[in-house]
Design a protein around this ligand. Structure first.
Ligand code: SAM
Length: 281
């Protein structure tokens, strides 16, 4: 495979931004377009043709759902800090009230690049200033002790929302379990987690087979078992957390008046969960 046609896993973050930029009214993200670039544009066209043309709408609705959820919780003063695990190039800090504190965690190369672009765009007045902290971490490595300290220094005892979207699919089960037990360590009673993942039945869909073919051609040779899916029961059985909201592409399409174009078998249907930490008294 020649280098030009090879996509790095972290470059999927550019894909997500491009999808959000395609329909700003639906995604609620007026800043995603800042990340558009010709290289991603070419890949996106191939991806939409070869995998699923519904992907623009699925990504727009994911952004919209978490944006509105976090906005409401911030407005009612239930959260003061947003911690985004695998934050990629998402633009929530600039779409939310300036009083929120943001901690963005991703691989070092991603957060360093994002921090430099954000600074450039803020200097050019394309983005407003925000209370924004970047932390470079690889969830496949031993990160917990140092990251906990860094988060506590910024967050103190303020209530928080932890977001993890578009990430778990690329992690293994042990890394995922490790992250959720780490969330429990960071959070106190009344804090929230928002998570996006696919369910097991995704793997029998035509859309997934097409995705696997695309990833094998463009990213690296992988098999079905390399991609993590989670059932509702996973979220329902997390110690100290209650599942308070569960949506998917189809339910959000109804909420936000989105027209579904393809048959379900041709759509990568992601599920979205909101959990609340509630310690038993
Ligand atoms: C598809 S992007 C989604 C980005 C963002 N959450 C969003 O929805 O716009 C996946 C992100 O997960 C990050 N990621 C994947 N594996 C990771 C790991 N082992 N450690 C840290 N970040 C990881 C990638 O670098 C990338 O930014």
């Amino acid at each position: 495979m020649d280098k030009q046609s090879h996509i790095q896993i972290h470059e999927t973050a550019f894909f997500t931004s491009s999808f959000r930029a395609f329909n700003e009214a639906l995604s609620g993200d007026e800043y995603a377009k800042l990340w558009l670039n010709p290289k991603t544009d070419a890949w996106i066209q191939e991806y939409l043709t070869e995998v699923s043309s519904e992907e623009t709408y699925t990504h727009c609705l994911r952004n919209r759902f978490f944006l509105e959820t976090i906005k409401d919780l911030a407005a009612s003063k239930q959260i003061e800090v947003l911690i985004n695990f695998g934050s990629g190039f998402s633009m929530y800090p600039f779409l939310l009230d300036e009083s929120l504190i943001h901690i963005e965690i991703d691989k070092p190369e991603i957060v360093n690049y994002k921090a430099s672009k954000i600074e450039e765009w803020q200097n050019e007045k394309k983005l407003p200033k925000r209370d924004l902290h970047f932390v470079g971490v690889d969830f496949s490595e031993d990160y917990k002790t140092k990251l906990l300290e860094q988060i506590q220094q910024i967050k103190g005892d303020k209530p928080c929302f932890i977001l993890i979207e578009g990430v778990l699919f690329f992690l293994d089960k042990a890394e995922t379990d490790g992250l959720f037990s780490f969330f429990n360590l960071i959070q106190t009673d009344g804090d929230y987690v928002g998570s996006a993942s696919f369910q097991d039945d995704l793997k029998s869909s035509t859309a997934f087979k097409r995705l696997l073919r695309f990833l094998n051609k463009k990213v690296s040779k992988t098999s079905e078992s390399d991609y993590l899916t989670l059932q509702d029961s996973y979220y329902k059985s997390l110690p100290n957390y209650n599942l308070i909201d569960h949506q998917d592409y189809f339910s959000l399409s109804k909420t936000y008046n989105n027209t579904i174009h393809l048959k379900p078998d041709l759509i990568l249907n992601e599920h979205f969960y909101v959990l609340k930490k509630q310690l038993q008294s």
